[in-house]
Design a protein around this ligand. Structure first.
Ligand code: ADP
Ligand code: 5GP
Length: 211
């Protein structure tokens, strides 16, 4: 079976990555969201196993020592990582997978899987980014400041991504994000490998071609 595609999605915190990923996950079949492990405490409403696997630093370091992560990084003062086995199992079933990971993790994935498709989400302006972080209300002032400080560095990485989506009007950004995934799924090699048997495109003996 043809392996699935791996989509890496990165953005400065507050740009709308999680929102767009969950919208596209609801709409497209054959797409799996990679649930990361993190040492960050859960936000209200976040579910263990759905948004993240919330683990202690000790549990996280044990997984690092076991080389269980495809990639991992320290982001905004917490550890985050993607389990290798889950990604490999998903891809080998022919399913696509989305990794919502930071720019450091994206670099590690690109080194190991140069065929990964990378997408960067940009906010329309610095002001919008700040307002979204404040409005989300999941971090206090100091933590928002740290995320904004890190955003400056993260934004420099946009050039190394294949695609960029400016998340201004949410519906438009969602349509563009979805279109990228659909376009990748429409690449000739992939369609010929999984969607159509080319022998079906040979004329039958009773075809008008022979009349
Ligand atoms: P990220 O995952 O990149 O940190 P989120 O998806 O949590 O960002 O979005 C940050 C906040 O901005 C959330 O409160 C979300 O509802 C809001 N948001 C996302 N996209 C838009 C948009 N296009 N316009 C206005 N608000 C948005
Ligand atoms: P948040 O705390 O807002 O959920 O995520 C903070 C940052 O960590 C975001 O940039 C998000 O993409 C990133 N992140 C989430 N999971 C992973 C992961 O498994 N690996 C890496 N490297 N970054 C991650």
């Amino acid at each position: 079976m043809e392996r699935g595609d791996l989509f890496v999605v990165s953005a400065p915190s507050g740009a709308g990555k999680s929102t767009l990923c969950s919208m596209v996950m609801e709409k497209l079949d054959g797409l799996v969201f990679s649930v990361s492990h993190t040492t960050r405490p859960p936000r209200p409403g976040e579910e263990h196993g759905k948004d993240y696997f919330f683990v202690s630093e000790e549990q996280f370091q044990k997984l690092v020592a076991e080389d269980a992560f495809l990639e991992w990084a320290r982001v905004h003062g917490h550890f985050y990582g993607t389990l290798r086995q889950h990604v490999m199992d998903t891809l080998s079933k022919g399913l696509d997978i989305i990794l919502d990971i930071d720019v450091q993790g994206a670099k590690q994935v690109k080194e190991k899987m140069p065929w990964a498709v990378t997408i960067f989400i940009l906010p329309p302006s610095w002001h919008a980014l700040e307002e979204r972080l404040k409005k989300r209300g999941s971090e206090d002032r100091e933590k928002i400041k740290l995320r904004l400080k890190n955003a400056l560095k993260e934004l420099e990485e946009v050039h190394s991504y294949h695609y960029t989506v400016v998340n201004d009007v949410l519906e438009d950004a969602y349509e563009q994000f979805k279109a990228i995934i659909v376009a990748e799924r429409s690449k000739t090699g992939r369609v010929l490998a999984s969607k159509i048997d080319m022998t079906k495109l040979r004329p039958d003996p009773d075809s008008w071609l022979h009349s």
